[in-house]
Write a new protein. Sequence first.
Length: 127
Amino acid sequence: MESVRLDQWLWAARFFKTRSLAAAAVDGGKVELNGEKAKRSKLVRQGDRLRLRHQAVEFLITVTALAAKRGSAGIATGLYQEDEASRVARERSAEQHRLAAQLHGGLPPGRPTKRDRRELGKLKGRE
């Protein structure tokens, strides 16, 4: 195998859960192949460089192997090599999100109780 479609490779490398999500990301301009905006049918070869923005995270990767079918997670991680700077930035961003969640106390535990609703009503001047 010498080349694979971009959307197919992104799906096989497990960056996206479905191939249609991978195609939508490529069409939406979230993927660059060798520094240029790519189309979903663009062929990916070994050694190509990808810039992928997915869920507020940016990946800078180099294609090391090709796959047309989705395999296990272990196989998928062998399809690419992430740049060190990209990995560090991604880990830093994840740590900032964790700290922000701790600072704000996270989300409330669930639906407000009757007592909570009464207190909210008092604050809003309804009762």
